[in-house]
Design a binder for this molecule. Structure first.
Ligand code: UDP
Length: 421
């Protein structure tokens, strides 16, 4: 085997800027994943460049996060927010700008790790013009998203085709849960190489604050029962199910507090969902016990998880679901939909409970079971923390990805130069 020193590699995330503040607007799991993977790989000795599209003229073109890890913003289309479904037409410029950056820098990346279907297209195009290993993470699968829809938009057809091609041609596809791999096989293609490497979380940050301190900081009384949602405002996140479940709960409303954390942008799709959820809260008479604190910064997030009695992840589908492991890392039990990666992270009766998606009666029952039993909640929280420590640390995930990259680069070097094998 040829032994390779660790190299410069590129993570590509066209629409999920890894350096923005998370919790704002559309930013969510993909931004966190790319940033954390980038930083974890840098710790393993890789030189990590994370490429994204500039969406604001005021933003720096290059942001240095640590000596070996930076974000590079390429100008591909107007430097303003563009919804992800409208970005496809700008991808050829993104490819050109990436190539120009390589030329000006005097090197070529031997490996790119692409994120979401838009970036997968970029990776496949780059492969046509340079020797390159492509690793891909989907973050979301169109085949799952559009399964129950009879008429699909034009862009979805393109997306379905691109997602099939990348599965069949990438050097490795990373599924973040066994459930996601199963969907790729049953709904996308039987061809292609898939490894399962989950997402992770920062174990020192999440779990760094005690419940009582967190409640004092947030001004929540010790006896209040706190139900927490954290995430984007998107109908597929199932926030409506949670609100309706809280309304049905047997716990007296005077003792309950529902916190719905996440950012939105007025007039955009997340702003519309925020308004819709707000109307349901009002209609059900829950306004007095519900708060919308907006986007929660990384700094304050551990306090919210620690202060909560239960964190609810009511998504209709979730390839992984970072929020569940963040809450577990903070020792908070999770009630989640019985779907996708949530079936992998949340162990029913041990770290929380699972309920069928969209089933508000089942979520209400799960809420009551947990909220009325503080000793059981503590046990579930404790086991959840241990589970995250064992399986879902970013350092552990970084080391698994590092091994994968090393293996792919060694194989490609052998193919390029059989004499040195
Ligand atoms: N997040 C945050 N502040 C918020 C809302 C969300 O920091 O106000 C983070 C959350 O902590 C998690 C990510 O955004 O790390 C959401 O990831 P997840 O996989 O749960 O959902 P996705 O956004 O990928 O659908």
């Amino acid at each position: 085997m040829v032994s390779l020193t660790k190299k410069r590699i590129a993570l590509i995330s066209v629409h999920g800027d890894p350096s923005v503040e998370i919790g704002k607007e559309e930013a969510g799991g993909q931004n966190v994943y790319v940033r954390q993977v980038g930083e974890a790989l840098a710790k393993q000795g890789w030189q990590v460049d994370m490429f994204t599209r500039s969406s604001d003229r005021q933003q720096a073109r290059i942001v240095q996060h640590s000596p070996n890890c930076r974000t590079i913003r390429l100008v591909a289309g107007p430097q303003e927010f563009i919804p992800r479904d409208e970005l496809y037409g700008y991808l050829p410029i993104f490819v050109q700008e990436f190539q120009k950056f390589q030329l000006e820098s005097g090197f070529q990346y031997p490996l790119v790790h692409t994120n979401y279907w838009l970036s997968s297209w970029v990776g496949m195009e780059l492969k046509k013009s340079q020797p390159l290993q492509q690793v891909h993470t989907y973050h979301s699968l169109a085949a799952v998203k559009y399964k129950s829809v009879s008429t699909i938009p034009m862009i979805a057809k393109t997306r379905l085709q691109v997602e099939k091609t990348v599965l069949e041609t990438a050097d490795r596809v990373v599924a973040t849960s066994p459930q996601e791999k199963e969907h790729m096989r049953s709904l996308v293609s039987s061809k292609g190489n898939i490894d399962i490497i989950p997402c992770g979380t920062d174990l020192e940050w999440f779990g760094s604050i005690a419940r009582s301190t967190a409640r004092r900081r947030l001004g929540i009384a010790p006896e209040t029962k706190v139900v927490l949602y954290v995430g984007r405002f998107d109908p597929r996140k199932g926030i409506e199910t949670l609100v309706r479940a809280v309304s049905r709960s047997a716990v007296p409303k005077a003792d309950l507090k529902l916190i719905i954390g996440g950012g939105w942008r007025a007039g955009e799709s997340d702003g519309k969902e925020r308004d819709r959820i707000g109307s349901i809260v009002e209609e059900l008479g829950l306004s007095d016990i519900t708060s919308f604190p907006g986007g929660l910064s990384r700094e304050i997030l551990p306090a919210y998880y620690a202060a909560a009695d239960v964190c609810v992840v009511p998504s209709h589908y979730e390839p992984f679901g970072l929020v569940a492991i963040e809450a577990m890392a903070c020792g908070t039990p999770v009630i989640a939909s019985d779907v996708g990666g949530l079936k992998y992270t949340v162990v029913p009766q041990q770290t929380g409970l699972l309920a069928p998606p969209k089933n508000e009666a089942a979520f209400a029952e799960a809420l009551d079971r947990l909220l009325l039993d503080s000793i059981w909640r503590q046990q579930l929280g404790h086991t959840g923390r241990r589970r995250v420590e064992t399986y879902f640390s970013w350092d552990g995930i970084g080391s698994q990805l590092s091994q994968l990259y090393t293996q792919l680069l060694e194989q490609s070097a052998v193919q390029l130069d059989p004499v040195s094998a």
